[in-house]
Write a protein that binds this ligand. Structure first.
Ligand code: FES
Ligand SMILES: [Fe+2]
Length: 359
């Protein structure tokens, strides 16, 4: 099945209903998109405390890839497979302080950089150990206190994140601290891409989010498209909290309430004056999604966080997305059109999906 999206938004149609409904199309999405994309994996401070080994499963139930993050005695971070190179045992199941990775099956040991260290019973094995006996390394990136990884990246993390890094260079991103008490998981009965579609446009804000709408100046809400991310610039109504933006910056003089960045395919980075709310949209099947909200705060910003209507906004979004999930099952629904002025982000998302599916 082909998903061509007309690059001209004034003529384009959205992805067809089939894309969101079909289990077999979803399996292709996993192989064509999620295997190659960058995933939020963990908070970097997890490894900075006294933990030296952190196991992670990438997209549980969907990719199910067992991964290890480690930090060695020189403070260097590594990312590697969590599968023993002997007979395939899962190596580590819980955060650990150990200085060695040892397999519980037959005792093979690895160093924190993934290299083979020792193994009983292999004295007579020839050509052993060799490169294949080390744990395979997996590409990763550390940015703004977060760790990202990708199994087979087609684009570097730096290239994807560069427009965001540049635009927000006036913010002390490295001082943000992860706040577990303000982080939460949401389970949504809908296809992951419907959740993203909804995030990518402000057209629904006046209809679905009365409280948020009161903070935003809807007339001045703008969309900007970059190769692998896009930005919705939330302009405040004069009363809401706003960023202090230095002279010379392209947003100086604007009343910016929030920078809403979408990073293809499933990451949302919402920058507010108090810090960052990230939403990781994790498909758990073709019709269910886990959305992890992780909050990062600047050291002095707690009170401003309390004022923000994030939880209410999330409930309103889930309400509408779950109803679209039902509606899109209809035999009567084929596909839609885009608002040329307010759905550029959705159009961009659909174009990237179609490109990755065809590569
Ligand atoms: S599977 Fe790990 S030592 Fe055998
Ligand atoms: Fe919304």
């Amino acid at each position: 099945m082909h998903f061509h999206i007309n690059p001209n938004i004034t003529q384009a149609h959205t992805l067809p209903g089939e894309f969101y409904r079909s289990e077999s199309i979803f399996s292709k999405v996993v192989e064509k998109i999620f295997v190659h994309s960058w995933h939020y994996a963990a908070d970097a401070s997890d490894l900075r405390s006294n933990i030296s080994i952190k196991p992670i499963t990438l997209l549980p139930g969907v990719l199910d890839e067992p991964i290890l993050f480690t930090r060695d005695k020189n403070g260097e971070t590594h990312c590697m497979s969590n599968v023993c190179t002997h007979r395939g045992m899962i190596l580590i199941e819980e955060d650990s302080k150990s200085k060695i990775i040892s397999c519980k099956y037959h005792g093979r040991c690895f160093r924190l950089n993934g290299s083979f260290k020792s193994m009983p019973g292999f004295e007579q094995a020839e050509g052993f150990p060799c490169e294949d006996d080390n744990l395979p390394h997996i590409p990763f990136a550390e940015w703004a206190g977060m760790l990202f990884t990708s199994l087979r990246p087609t684009v570097s993390f730096e290239e994807i994140i560069q427009p965001i890094q540049e635009r927000l260079s006036f913010l002390p991103l490295d001082t943000m601290v992860f706040d577990a008490s303000r982080s939460k998981d949401y389970y949504v009965d809908a296809n992951w891409a419907l959740y993203c579609d909804n995030y990518l446009e402000g057209l629904h804000i006046p209809f679905v989010h009365p409280a948020l709408n009161a903070n935003l100046d809807f007339e001045n809400y703008t969309y900007e498209i970059y190769p692998y991310c896009n930005l919705q610039l939330g302009i405040g109504n004069g009363q809401a909290d706003k960023f202090e933006i230095p002279k010379g910056h392209q947003d100086h003089g604007k009343d910016v309430y929030a920078y809403y960045y979408f990073v293809f395919p499933n990451l949302m980075l919402n920058f507010y004056t108090w810090g960052l709310s990230i939403n990781v949209v994790m498909p758990t099947s073709h019709k269910t999604t886990l959305v992890r909200f992780r909050t990062y705060l600047y050291p002095d910003a707690t009170t401003r966080f309390e004022d923000s209507p994030i939880d209410q906004t999330e409930m309103e979004d889930e309400w509408v997305v779950e109803r679209v999930q039902k509606g899109i099952q209809s035999r009567m629904y084929k596909k839609g059109r885009f608002s040329p002025s307010m759905e550029q982000g959705v159009h961009h998302f659909h174009q990237l999906i179609s490109r990755f599916m065809e590569e």
